[in-house]
Design a protein around this ligand. Structure first.
Ligand code: SAH
Length: 531
């Protein structure tokens, strides 16, 4: 036994109702240092992004046996791992102590003498109330709320629930796990005196892009739910507060609500895009189509770094290029001073931001964010000078070709880009099954890599328009069309926000102007020209 190394080896942690942002800070701290994560089926997979690569992740649904038989195995896994000195997070949907069997799991740990911690989570009722625009209490309506489980045997003898008491409860009723027995629950409540006209709602997949809400007078709720095709997971909310939703349903009017979007960027570059799409209501899946690796040979890079002062310009065509070159600078014992006197050019705002993270301001950003745009902007400045292009090992030759006529150009591969899609990956399955509406493609290499990974069934879905491709630039669009596939929309500006705007236009959503420096500053001021 090795418990002494880890004071509190097990944590029962609430994962919240589904929205990845509705996690507590304590939950994130624990996930970030977990060795083993045991998670429930309803826990959003995205939360596992907080878990170290090396940690074991087990979905408890994948354990042997049926629902009740799994519990002893879950207890044993937690206890064994804790005894081996591992840090265990038992990640449970919503809150661990609200219809989550967290009590039983804590008791099992207690019996085994394993120290533990319990981290509350946003329970589904609170998530559904907030995201459906239904205040669970309200001074003009009710001053109490009851959380009830609907998962019970229907025959009255075995029922724990006091239906008469619930029917007369002076407040809002929120029923968990009630979908399979909805008609029975409604019938019981009305039979015990709950007015048939009481406003009621069912909220499906609350707080996620899949959220849907149906409202009806209590007596009509089962039929309305059936007609809308809503199934579990869902909550039933009963009470006059449901009427407030007509004014307060803020979330379900998000322009990309329910749109299923596949992001194909490398994970480390996808975060901003995913956050933005989710903010607009989308259901986002990540399938990194390419991965970044070290170049096959550092020698040409090291050679160039040793003579940086002999170049007048250093040109970056991607944020990855900036990261790779800066990393190598450090590895070879140099620092930012090696760049003193060298002018810096970047292809667009994303690459400019990558430089700024190193407190370096680009001297030139073109008006059009592609190789042609960059070549055109640079041409006037580099005549007769030495230009160093830091880029990937695969890519277009436009920049070198166009600048070579006026300048002395040297090109180094500071990183390598490889195809990264594993056959049979979950996100690939989503495309094949038709569970994706849009795929965003943010470079021609990403587009080609994705197409290589898709099977005939998935390709057919794209050809038929069931799955639509959204491209970041004309070059990316050309790479898609080269493969015989249609481009449904192309970003007007080759940036993440440009892709988001193209998606909004395509899905019929409104264009949302974000008030950032970029949209408020006049163009001529933004694109700093070298004097
Ligand atoms: N411990 C969890 C509840 C587990 S019981 C919590 O605190 O939320 C599982 C039930 O929770 C589901 O049957 C459903 O009724 C409800 N539920 C969980 N997540 C939900 C969601 N995102 N939207 C609606 N209902 C949800």
């Amino acid at each position: 036994m090795n418990i002494s190394q880890v004071t509190y080896p097990v944590a029962l942690v609430g994962a919240g109702p589904g929205h990845p942002g509705l996690l507590t800070l304590r939950a994130v701290e624990l996930l970030e240092r977990a060795d083993l994560v045991l998670y429930d089926r309803l826990v959003p997979v995205r939360l596992l992004d907080h878990v170290p690569e090396s940690a074991r992740r087990i979905c408890v649904d994948s354990l042997h046996g049926t629902h009740p038989e799994r519990w002893p195995e879950i207890y044993q896994l937690m206890i064994d791992a804790a005894r081996q000195g591992q840090r265990v997070v038992r990640l449970k949907g919503g809150d661990p102590f609200v219809f989550g069997r967290g009590g039983e799991e804590a008791e099992a740990l207690q019996r085994a003498g394993i120290p533990y911690e319990i981290v509350p989570g946003v329970t589904a009722a609170l998530g559904a109330g907030a995201f459906a625009g239904i205040p669970l209490t309200h001074r003009q309506h009710v001053s109490a709320v009851a959380f009830v489980t609907g998962h019970e045997k229907p025959d009255k003898k075995d029922s724990f629930l006091d239906w008469a008491g619930l029917a007369h409860f002076p407040g809002t009723l929120v029923v968990y796990m009630g979908m399979a027995r909805l008609a029975f629950i409604v019938e019981r409540l009305i039979a015990h005196g709950k007015p048939a006209q009481t406003p009621a709602a069912v909220v499906h997949w609350a707080t996620t892009g899949r959220q849907r809400t149906v409202t009806a007078p209590l007596a009509e709720l089962p039929a309305a739910v059936q007609q809308a095709g809503l199934k579990a997971p869902a909550l039933v909310i009963i009470g006059s507060v449901v009427n407030l939703r007509t004014e307060l349903a803020w979330f379900e009017s998000r322009p990309l609500l329910g749109k299923r979007i596949l992001v194909t960027r490398p994970r480390h570059q996808a975060r901003e895009m995913i956050a933005r799409l989710e903010e607009l209501g989308a259901v986002v899946a990540l399938l990194p189509a390419v991965a970044i690796r070290e170049p096959a040979d550092w020698a040409p890079v090291d050679q160039a770094l040793a003579h940086l002062s002999t170049y007048q310009w250093l040109v970056f065509t991607s944020a990855n290029g900036v990261e790779a070159l800066m990393g190598r600078l450090r590895q070879t014992g140099r620092d930012l001073r090696a760049l003193a006197g060298v002018r810096l050019a970047v292809i667009g705002p994303g690459t400019a931001d990558a430089l700024r993270r190193y407190h370096l301001e680009p001297d030139l950003v073109p008006a059009v964010y592609d190789s042609e745009g960059l070549a055109a902007a640079l041409k006037d400045h580099v005549a007769g000078q030495r230009v160093l292009l830091a880029r990937a090992d695969r890519g277009r030759e436009v920049l070198r070709e166009q600048l070579s006529s006026v300048a002395q150009v040297e090109q180094i591969a500071v990183y390598s880009q490889v195809d990264a899609i594993q056959p049979g990956s979950e996100a690939l399955e989503l495309v094949r099954r038709g569970d994706i509406d849009y795929i965003t493609l943010t470079s021609s290499n990403i587009a080609r890599s994705l197409v290589r990974a898709l099977d005939e069934e998935a390709l057919q879905r794209i050809r038929s328009g069931a799955v639509q491709l959204v491209s970041i630039s004309p070059v990316t669009s050309a790479a898609i069309r080269e493969k015989g596939l249609p481009v449904a929309a192309e970003a007007r500006e080759s940036t993440t926000e440009g892709v988001v705007q193209a998606l909004l236009a395509l899905s019929g959503g409104v264009h949302l102007l974000r008030c950032t420096q970029e949209t408020t500053a006049p163009r001529s001021e933004k694109y700093v020209q070298e004097s």
